[in-house]
Design a protein around this ligand. Structure first.
Ligand SMILES: [Ca+2]
Ligand SMILES: [Ca+2]
Length: 293
């Protein structure tokens, strides 16, 4: 028994190290306390990634790189140049091994086509290559993607039909499987891998009623699983104004949770429709949360 306990303590410690501070909780959803430590205004409204040294932010049609003080150090405002498939939308992004992975598509009339995981050099933000989408998977939109470095996988999520997340092999780009989310978080925006779980940000709070958006989590360690049980991971009641949660990430060097959120614009069916009182523009901010020991 003592042996079993020490092994489980060890695996907890390994999990905590691998996912930058997340812990396996008794309910399997790895919930952990985070304290808001900083808010940084950025240019992009879609996604965020962190490599421990820099923050990478995606706008719908641009990529930005910031230092940890929030200073812009690089940008690419024509990220679709060189792509084989026509594109007009970037969702949530991730960074792995010096490369940015971006979920890109042509988004129009509520559906995506030409879905691809485009890979950019994290130093220059220039396009390097793309991983093609497998249309027969059933995925019809890419709102975000996440690299699972520990298992060599790439996941894509779908805002239009969020029932599944879609798994690809990171090194070959081959489509592997889709995992059913039970239940389905509505209006998914971003995903990131934290240890043995995937975190899913969901724009399911009604901004008109001041309702906070949420982050959900689902286990991904069992690669043979057909489905994953989804739980509420965090309710974002500490945003400056209820609005639109977007991408998210965990800083691998600090364990900080970083969430992009937009406020000020009234969004109807994914399209901006004027502004809320007191706003004449949409504000995009990175909320940086430190894990509470
Ligand atoms: Ca989005
Ligand atoms: Ca919302």
């Amino acid at each position: 028994m003592k042996h079993l306990i020490s092994i489980s303590m060890l695996s907890l410690a390994i999990a905590a190290a691998a996912c930058g501070g997340s812990q396996s909780a008794a309910d399997g959803h790895g919930r952990k306390e985070y304290r808001l430590s900083q808010v940084i205004e950025v240019e992009g409204r879609q996604g965020v990634a962190a490599d421990g040294e820099y923050y990478y932010v995606s706008g719908s049609t641009a990529l930005y790189k910031y230092d940890k003080q929030g200073r812009l150090v690089a940008e690419n405002t024509s990220p679709f140049e060189g792509l084989a498939l026509e594109a007009n939308h970037i969702g949530d992004i991730d960074v792995h091994d010096g490369e940015i992975y971006a979920g890109i598509e042509w988004f129009e009339d509520g559906v995506g086509r030409n879905i691809q995981a485009a890979v950019y050099d994290a130093a220059t933000l220039q396009w390097v290559r793309s991983i093609d989408w497998q249309p027969s998977s059933g995925q019809v939109e890419v709102c975000g993607l996440a690299v699972d470095a520990a298992r060599g996988k790439l996941y894509m999520a779908d805002w239009v039909d969020g029932r599944y997340i879609y798994r690809y092999d990171l090194s070959t780009g081959a489509y592997e499987d889709k995992i059913q989310l039970r239940p389905v978080p509505a209006l998914q925006q971003g995903i990131c891998v934290a240890g043995d779980e995937i975190l899913i940000s969901s724009d399911d709070g009604e901004a008109d009623r001041g309702e906070a958006d949420r982050i959900y989590s689902a286990p991904i360690a069992d690669l043979s699983a057909a489905s994953a049980d989804v739980g509420v991971w965090r309710t974002m009641e500490d945003f400056r104004r209820a609005g639109e949660i977007e991408g998210l990430t965990v800083d691998p060097s600090t364990g900080e949770l970083i969430v992009l959120s937009n406020r000020g614009a009234r969004i109807v069916l994914g399209m901006p429709r004027g502004f809320y009182d007191g706003y004449d523009r949409e504000i995009h901010e990175l909320y940086i949360y430190e894990p509470v020991e």
